[in-house]
Write a protein that binds this ligand. Structure first.
Ligand SMILES: [Zn+2]
Length: 340
């Protein structure tokens, strides 16, 4: 029965010369992690789950909000109403699509303390992030553990993507040697993003993921696409002999360089990351906090409204403080309500 279902479900991929029956079976044995489940990550997760990649870890620290729905394809209004973490919402949706694969939602911040355990046991890393800080971490972890990753980004009407295979291609730091300073790049919040470009970039990314997982020849150029002008430009990127990451194996970002508690630009929010991970008893905390404000909680997170601020507190101790971009005020609120 399983075999019949397998052949039926994937028949259009099995007849596809590029994949075939052997390729399809191989995909079922592969495991990947998708870091970031926004516009790019949800499209990639959607395609890769439907295509039958055997094990998919879904990682995102945030929860679903109304302004995500125009481009983040796995979410709906019920996820917004339920304040679902993106990783859980994505897994919930994809389980309805393909129950033959294993989906592993992880509601966690990706930082230098967490990245290695999130990627070390997979065959490939899919970049669904929206910032360079996390991409530099992915680059270091991928090189250190010899795992290929596929970079993708999109903003306004354009995007970029490139395959990074340790030992074979240039790495991210070969062409962007240092992360751009905070606030120096446009963000989705400030300049917007056309959903078409995120779908295109993620779709191209997925084709590359499949090629690499199947051991086929993959693309070696950086691809730049503008969906508005319909330009597709390929750029050769060469390995730099003095690249600190891929040439000298110095993984500065894994050692905590660049790590900080962050103002979430354009969202009037600050994220607080405690110096040690914890496992908060949210039920207990909810009891405590009912005295200070309106509390809603699920097994994943607690939401506290203390006007004009709101705190979303996650089980690992992390919190997003809304209503301010002042880091010290956010820390003070965290200390006051969560305690350190
Ligand atoms: Zn490099």
């Amino acid at each position: 029965m399983f075999q019949d279902n397998f052949l039926a479900r994937y028949s259009r991929q099995i007849v596809l010369r590029e994949i075939g029956l052997e390729g399809q079976k191989k995909l079922g044995e592969k495991s990947i992690v998708i870091i970031g489940l926004g516009a790019l990550g949800t499209v990639s997760a959607n395609l890769l789950a439907r295509m039958g990649v055997g094990r998919i870890r879904l990682v995102d620290r945030d929860y679903v909000e109304l302004d995500n729905l125009h481009r983040q394809i796995l979410y709906d209004e019920s996820h917004v109403d339920r304040k679902m973490p993106k990783a859980e919402a994505a897994a919930e949706r994809l389980r309805m699509v393909n129950s033959d694969i294993s989906l592993e939602p992880v509601v966690e911040d990706v930082n230098h303390r967490t990245i290695e355990k999130l990627v070390r046991d997979v065959d490939l890393i899919v970049d669904g992030t929206d910032n360079f800080e996390t991409r530099f971490l992915i680059n270091d972890a991928a090189l250190k553990h010899n795992i290929p990753w596929v970079y993708a980004s999109a903003i306004r009407t354009y995007g970029m993507t490139m395959d990074i295979v340790p030992g074979e291609t240039a790495c991210l730091r070969c062409f962007v040697s240092e992360p751009p300073p905070p606030g120096s790049l446009p963000t989705c919040e400030s300049v917007g993003v056309l959903p078409s470009i995120t779908h295109i970039m993620a779709s191209i990314q997925v084709a590359e993921v499949i090629k690499i997982l199947l051991g086929l020849e993959y693309s070696r150029e950086l691809l730049v696409v503008d969906v508005w002008t319909r330009d597709f430009i390929k750029v050769n990127v060469t390995r730099k002999d003095d690249c600190p990451a891929c040439a000298k194996a110095s993984y500065e970002f894994l050692e905590g360089r660049g790590y900080k508690a962050t103002v979430l630009c354009g969202r009037n929010s600050v994220q607080i990351i405690p110096s040690k991970q914890t496992d908060l008893d949210l039920e207990n905390l909810a009891e405590r906090l009912r005295k200070v404000g309106e509390v809603k909680y699920t097994k994943y997170m607690l939401h506290l409204a203390v006007p004009p601020y709101e705190l979303a507190i996650f089980r690992d101790g992390r919190a997003i403080v809304k209503g301010t971009t002042d880091e010290s005020l956010a820390r003070a609120l965290y200390t006051r309500y969560v305690g350190i």
